[in-house]
Ligand binder design. Structure first.
Ligand code: PLP
Length: 433
C-alpha cells in the first residue's frame, strides 16, 4: 500500500517511510491510497472471534502487503496482550471500556502497536537510533512511554507541561527510565506541541538525527484504534443489539473517531458517529457552519480533549473529499461545559452506581440526549476514572479506589529534566544527546 499526504504534494510513500517519518514533508498527514472492504462472511461470524483474531484480520487488511504475516501476527498479539475491553450497559446505553490496558486509557493499543511496528521497520532498515518525540497533556505520554519501554533502537522523549498533568499521569512516564526520558517544560501543552513541531521541521536537527512523532498523526498509532470498533460491533451482535448502531467518541485530536470512520469504510455497519467535545468545540462549529476555525484551547476537567486545532481533522476532510454535506450526514457533534460534565458524571453515579470518567461522561450524555428510538448507542469510555482522581472525587464526594496497576507506577522514583519553553534550548539539548 502506498500513502499520500493530505496536503497532496507528497504521494507514493511506503508504509515504512510513513511510519518512520510520522508527518509528510508538506506537513500533511499520511493516508492510504485505498481502503479495502472486508468480506460479508467476516461480519457474519465476527461475534465468534476473539479480540486478537478480529484485530489481526483488520491489521492484515491495512498492513498485510507491507509486513510479513508472522511478524504482523506477533505485533497484534503482543499489542493486545492484556485484558480486553469490557461492555457495560448503563440505562440502555452501552459503555465500551477501553481502559483495561497497562496505563488505563484507550491510547495503550495505538502506543503499543506503533512501538512494535516501528521496531520491526528499524530492524530491517537502519542501525541508527530513532528518536520519538511526543507532546502530552497526560494520557498520550504514558501510553507511548509504556508501549516503547525497552524497544531496541528507539529512544522516547516525552514533553509535558510543568504542573499541568495529574500526579498519577506524571508518574506513568517519569518513573520508567531506560529508553524513556521525561522533559518537563515550563509552559503549556501548546508550548510542548510547538517544540515538537519545530523540531520536525528543523533542517539541522533532521540532518543529525532521526526524529519521528508518536502523536496520532502517525498512521501506526491511529489506525490500530479501528480494532475497537469492530470489537464493539461483535459484542453488540452477541447481545442481538447490532442494528442501527450509533457510536459516540469523546474527541480531542480526532484520532480515535477517524479510526472509526475507517472501520465504517471497511464495511463495519455503523449507522452514525457522534463526536463528543468539551468546551473546545471547533469541530461542532464546523458541523454547524461549514467553516473550520481553529483557536487556542481552553482548559477543562476533560483535559485530554483540550485541543484547539484537532490534527486529524485533515484526515476527516480528506476521507469525505472536503464535502461538508457528506460529513454532517455521517457525524454529529456536541459540546459540554465543565458543569454539564460534572452533573452527568454525578447523576449517572448516583442513579446507576456506574462511575464515568470526565471524557466518557461527554459520550454518555450525548447518547442520552440524541439517540432515536430504534437506535443502539455505544460510547467509548476512554480512560479509567481513577486517572482523574481529584476531579472525580470532588464531583462525587467519595473516595475512588485506585487500581493496582496505577499504584505500581506511583511507587517509582520520579525523574525528569526541566526545560524552558524556547526552541533553541530544546534544540541544543537534542543536538547534545
Ligand atoms: C486522548 C484522549 C481522548 C481524545 O482522543 P482523540 O483521539 O485525541 O480524539 C479522549 N479521552 C481520553 C481519556 C484521552 O486520553
Amino acid at each position: 500500500m502506498k500513502y499520500y499526504s493530505t496536503n497532496k504534494k507528497v504521494t507514493g510513500v511506503s508504509l515504512q517511510d510513513a511510519v518512520v517519518k510520522g508527518l509528510a514533508e508538506d506537513k500533511g498527514l499520511f493516508m492510504p491510497d485505498s481502503i479495502k472492504v472486508l468480506p460479508q462472511s467476516f461480519f457474519d461470524t465476527i461475534e465468534n472471534l476473539t479480540f486478537q483474531e478480529i484485530a489481526y484480520k483488520v491489521a492484515d487488511t491495512f498492513f498485510g502487503e507491507d509486513v510479513e504475516a508472522t511478524a504482523l501476527k506477533d505485533i497484534v498479539y503482543e499489542t493486545l496482550n492484556f485484558d480486553t475491553p469490557l461492555v457495560h450497559v448503563v440505562n440502555n446505553i452501552y459503555s465500551l471500556e477501553l481502559y483495561h490496558g497497562p496505563t488505563l486509557a484507550f491510547k495503550d493499543v495505538g502506543g503499543r502497536f506503533m512501538s512494535r511496528l516501528l521496531g520491526y521497520f528499524i530492524k530491517k532498515q537502519t542501525k541508527t537510533t530513532v528518536n520519538v518525540l511526543v507532546a502530552t497533556s497526560g494520557d498520550t505520554g504514558s501510553a507511548v512511554a509504556n508501549g516503547f519501554l525497552g524497544v531496541e533502537g528507539i529512544h522516547v522523549y516525552v514533553l509535558y507541561p510543568k504542573g499541568l498533568v495529574s500526579p498519577i499521569q506524571e508518574c506513568q512516564f517519569t518513573t520508567l527510565g531506560r529508553n524513556i526520558t521525561a522533559l518537563e517544560v515550563d509552559g503549556t501543552f501548546d508550548d510542548c506541541q510547538a517544540l515538537v513541531k519545530s523540531a520536525f521541521i528543523d533542517d539541522e536537527l533532521n540532518a543529525k538525527m532521526k526524529l519521528t512523532s508518536a502523536n496520532s498523526i502517525n498512521v501506526a498509532r491511529f489506525l490500530p484504534q479501528s480494532f475497537y470498533y469492530f470489537y464493539a460491533y461483535a459484542q453488540l451482535k452477541k447481545l442481538g443489539k447490532a442494528d442501527n448502531l450509533v457510536m459516540c467518541v469523546p474527541s480531542g485530536n480526532f484520532g480515535n473517531i477517524t479510526a472509526g470512520l475507517f472501520a465504517k469504510r471497511m464495511g463495519l455497519p455503523v449507522k452514525h458517529f457522534i463526536a463528543a467535545n468539551n468546551r473546545n468545540d471547533i469541530f461542532l462549529q464546523y458541523l454547524q457552519t461549514g467553516e473550520y476555525n481553529p483557536r487556542p484551547s481552553v482548559s477543562t476537567i476533560a483535559n485530554a480533549m483540550d485541543v484547539g486545532d484537532p490534527s486529524n481533522f485533515a484526515r476527516v476532510l480528506d476521507l469525505f473529499e472536503g464535502s461538508h454535506r457528506a460529513i454532517i450526514d455521517q457525524i454529529g457533534g456536541v459540546s459540554y461545559n465543565d458543569n454539564q460534565i460534572a452533573d452527568t458524571l454525578k447523576s449517572c453515579y448516583v442513579q446507576t452506581g456506574y462511575l464515568l470518567d470526565p471524557h466518557g461522561a461527554c459520550g454518555y450524555r450525548a447518547l442520552n440526549e440524541m439517540l432515536k428510538e430504534n437506535e443502539t448507542g455505544v460510547f467509548l469510555e476512554t480512560a479509567h476514572p481513577a486517572k482523574f482522581l481529584e476531579t472525580v472525587e470532588n464531583i462525587i464526594g467519595e473516595k475512588v479506589e485506585i487500581p493496582q496497576k496505577l499504584k505500581e507506577f506511583m511507587k517509582g522514583e520520579k525523574k525528569s529534566l526541566l526545560l524552558p519553553k524556547d526552541f533553541e534550548t530544546f534544540k541544543s539539548y537534542l543536538l547534545n544527546i
